[in-house]
Design a protein around this ligand. Structure first.
Ligand SMILES: C[S@@+](CC[C@H](N)C(=O)[O-])C[C@H]1O[C@@H](n2cnc3c(N)ncnc32)[C@H](O)[C@@H]1O
Length: 262
């Protein structure tokens, strides 16, 4: 008896064979069938896979606002950076902190451990992740909100903005596919526009923490208005980074991550 798997693999082999047919007509039919197959697979995933559905909707509804799509996060992900920022503030009271792209809230819970008295706002564009944040047992000085510049602005200005693993797009796929120009996928302008929005809501002597990104803060038009704090950098990123023309940088120096607004 032919099982579903053997039927599909035989069909795939046949399609592969016909893809290289000398007849243009057969090639066109094969291309069309492959296209229909891919569309059907995507529709099936949208229906059965909640996470895929949520990400697909985000990409369709907010193509201009959306940065990194995946929600990967975990507790105390960047201990060296968090400690450097804690040392910089040296026990200062009444800090206001933004965790931009807080995903399911682990970053906010971590920041609470480093900054016990601070007011902490977690913002994310993924409503599914935000719903998880809202179930967390947090104190009254922590809140979560849907990421829009106008909404975040109402809570500022901030002493520190943590934007960790957000200003990038599918870096592992980019590495695997050997992509050397990022313009069509995640242009430099989009990165810089976000940095300019942060600059509007950050206090003088406040910290802008831009970590795990495909572009460098130091390439933006605002770089001269900031100075780096120590040597914290993304030397452990190990993924492709790009210049302001969105071209791949070969053998890059590790990008700095923490900047003080002058
Ligand atoms: C890889 S997670 C990073 C989570 C956490 N910051 C960390 O480093 O562990 C990237 C997050 O950025 C969020 N994101 C993407 N575009 C955003 C935007 N415009 N505003 C806020 N969050 C955004 C995604 O929804 C996702 O939760």
């Amino acid at each position: 008896m032919i099982t579903k798997t053997t039927f599909l693999s035989t069909a795939k082999q046949k399609v592969k064979k016909y893809r290289y047919s000398k007849s243009k007509f057969i090639k066109l039919v094969v291309l069309f069938l492959s296209f229909l197959w891919n569309v059907a697979q995507t529709i099936k995933r949208v229906i059965v896979d909640k996470d895929f559905r949520s990400l697909t909707l985000l990409q369709l509804l907010h193509p201009n606002k959306l940065h990194q799509t995946t929600p990967l996060t975990f507790m105390d992900r960047y201990p060296a950076i968090f400690s450097a920022c804690k040392n910089y503030f040296n026990g200062k009271q009444d800090l206001k902190i933004l965790s931009y792209g807080c995903s399911t809230g682990e970053e906010v819970l971590t920041l609470r451990k480093y900054f016990p008295d601070a007011e902490i706002i977690g913002a994310d564009i993924n409503k599914k992740s935000l719903a998880i944040c809202k179930t967390l047992p947090v104190d009254s000085k922590i809140s979560f909100l849907y990421s829009s510049h106008s909404e975040i602005k109402k809570h500022g200005p901030f002493d520190a903005i943590f934007c960790m693993a957000v200003l990038q797009r599918k870096p592992h796929d980019i590495a695997a596919k050997g992509i050397t120009n990022l313009k069509k996928i995640y242009p430099f302008d989009k990165f810089e526009k976000q940095i300019i929005e942060f600059d509007e809501i950050i206090k003088t002597q406040g910290l802008m923490v831009i970590h795990y990104t495909q572009y460098s803060f130091e390439d933006t038009s605002l770089a001269s208005q900031y100075k780096s704090l120590g040597y914290s950098n993304q030397s452990d990123y190990n993924l492709p980074v790009f210049d302001k023309e969105s071209e791949l940088i070969k053998n890059p120096r590790p990008q700095k991550s923490i900047f003080i607004k002058l």
